[in-house]
Design a protein around this ligand. Structure first.
Ligand code: CP
Ligand code: NVA
Length: 322
């Protein structure tokens, strides 16, 4: 509240490579700390006395519960809010909401159907704002995804990931991550559902190794991980649903495609999944599928994001537990 510039977690591209890497390390440390001690609370309770507002204008299972539980494990408290029961739902501006909530809480997480609302909140908030998903990105998911990849396959640097299906919000954050963590990303999407050109341009200007193609087989060849997501996101209107399902059908992740990837390739999906659409039951339930580790890692990744955003420059030390 002292005019200090806040560390907002809005997009993967905003952070330095070093901070991103150290954040993933901190996420792993958070997980080890919990598993080794068989005790869920962080020993130094870094968020003691702090409150975080979790604001949702769209449904959520993983993001909501993992932030709420993660905050508690760090010794803090949260207030979970749905915008339809807030005055925002009746037209109070984001600008005023930002200035009011800043005086009550120490950080905010927002999931919104309008990217400008996230940017507006961050602009006028005097406490850190964390992106909990917008129609254009989902960066908190991607920190957990990198953590999950590295748990199973070692350092992600120099590896190849394949994204199949819709070039959506999650794909955009993965493109930014490929650039920042220096892995190759092949995206196979139909032309009508290709990833954001603005994000691709950013990746290109920043040395990203990103290949956008239309052939799913080419994309997965020798890939170390295959990643997909729903074909109909929360921000997509129901009207276009049939068109989407038809155009995206050839991009379903099935056993034949998995065979073309590296023999030890993993399957990632942020969930919720639509079995029989973007992925077959066979792949989803296979040994290669690590989707529930990925979901679990949201908890630990979120603790790392909170510590990065809310603690001082010594944030890395909270991984030691001392
Ligand atoms: N993956 C993810 O963000 O899930 P929720 O929509 O349940 O939060
Ligand atoms: N792309 C999906 C992700 C859900 C976590 C959506 O935006 O609905």
């Amino acid at each position: 509240h002292h005019g200090k510039k806040c560390k907002h977690f809005l997009d993967i591209r905003d952070l330095s490579k070093k901070d991103l890497q150290d954040m993933v390390v901190l996420g792993k440390q958070m997980k080890d700390m919990q598993e080794n001690r068989k005790y869920p609370l962080h020993p130094t309770a870094p968020l003691k006395g702090k409150n975080v507002a979790l604001i949702f204008s769209k449904p959520s299972t993983r993001t909501r519960v993992s932030f709420e539980v993660g905050i508690r494990q760090l010794g803090g408290d949260s207030v979970v809010l749905s915008t339809d029961t807030m005055q925002i739902g009746r037209g109070e501006t984001i600008a005023d909401t930002a200035r009011v909530l800043s005086r009550f809480v120490d950080a905010m997480v927002l999931r919104t159907g309008c990217t400008d609302d996230l940017l507006g909140l961050a602009e006028l908030s005097s406490v850190p704002v964390i992106n909990g998903l917008t129609p254009t990105s989902h960066p908190s998911q991607i920190i957990a995804d990198i953590m999950t990849f590295e748990e199973h396959r070692g350092s992600i640097r120099g590896k190849t990931l394949a994204w199949l299906g819709d070039g959506n919000n999650v794909a955009s954050s993965l493109i930014e991550a490929a650039t920042q963590f220096e892995f190759t990303l092949n995206l196979a999407t139909p032309h009508a559902f290709s990833p954001s050109q603005e994000v691709l341009d950013w990746a290109k200007a920043n040395g990203g190794n990103i290949n956008v193609i239309t052939d799913p087989k080419e994309a997965v060849r020798n890939a170390d991980a295959i990643v997909t997501d729903t074909w109909v996101s929360m921000s997509d209107s129901d009207d276009g649903k049939q068109v989407r399902l038809k155009a995206l059908a050839p991009y379903q992740v099935n056993a034949d495609l998995m065979k073309l990837a590296a023999s030890d390739a993993i399957f990632l999906h942020c969930l919720p999944a639509h079995i029989g659409e973007e992925v077959t039951e066979e792949v989803f339930e296979s040994k290669q599928s690590v989707v529930f580790d990925e979901a679990e890692n949201r908890l630990h990744a979120h603790k790392a994001i909170l510590i990065w955003a809310m603690m001082d420059d010594d944030w890395r030390q909270y991984g030691s537990g001392k």
